[in-house]
Write a protein that binds this ligand. Sequence first.
Ligand SMILES: NC(=O)c1ccc[n+]([C@@H]2O[C@H](COP(=O)([O-])OP(=O)(O)OC[C@H]3O[C@@H](n4cnc5c(N)ncnc54)[C@H](OP(=O)(O)O)[C@@H]3O)[C@@H](O)[C@H]2O)c1
Length: 226
Amino acid sequence: MIALVTGGNRGIGREVCRELAALGHTVLLTARSPEAAGAAVKEIGGDVVPLRLDVTSEEDVAAAAAAVAERYGRLDVLVNNAAITYDTWQSGASADLDVVREAAETNLYGPWRLIQELLPLLRESPHPRIVNVSSEAASLTNMGGGTPAYSVTKVALNALTRMLAAELRGDGVLVNAICPGWVATDMGGPGGRPVSAGAAGVVWAATLPDDGPTGGFFRDGRPLPW
Ligand SMILES: NC(=O)c1ccc[n+]([C@@H]2O[C@H](COP(=O)([O-])OP(=O)(O)OC[C@H]3O[C@@H](n4cnc5c(N)ncnc54)[C@H](OP(=O)(O)O)[C@@H]3O)[C@@H](O)[C@H]2O)c1
């Protein structure tokens, strides 16, 4: 299996790369810094290939798709993990919309563009999977105040997940949104659970069987309310 993971140089993304490689898969560990991608690949070992990819860059996304097409001719798994701006300092009532817009470039348009570019290669896979790493902060059922840029962009990512799951169901592409839970990373801060616990649910969605769910929102393999 060939998997591409965004934001693979640290946090949950790096652990997802490590776990997928440990399962024997080929992993394209992508990062916006080539040095950071190279360092993470060295640490992880296995069949892990570094690739420079800033998800906000149209050129990078096109170049990544071209590289995958040339080297492998297909892609089995896309993990949209990269995200920014857990804006605990803001409220919706007074949010800086430039901050919201910037967050959307990475958290929404990045995954969206990447899916569009990689879809022809995913269609070449016998078992294509798209995993959008989301957050319970995007649950409308549980929506409260605060973290406006983060929450709204993840809500939109969840909507995209449902839309694409419906559109691609006939092609066998399983598309799901996964909350990793509160995880002790640079974004999550201290006190969260270990990265392995957060990554496990992402790896679960990346390796679903053909009769697995699509268009769902899950944490630890169990459904979350939208
Ligand atoms: N940690 C939690 O408690 C928690 C809870 C719920 C959901 N999540 C979700 O889990 C995912 C991973 O979070 P994390 O905690 O591992 O975050 P993190 O430690 O802050 O890591 C974020 C990763 O995203 C990358 N990134 C940011 N902007 C990028 C861009 N434009 N192009 C490519 N990569 C970019 C970062 O790369 P650089 O090193 O270059 O900055 C880094 O590798 C995110 O989608 C997050 O929303 C996390």
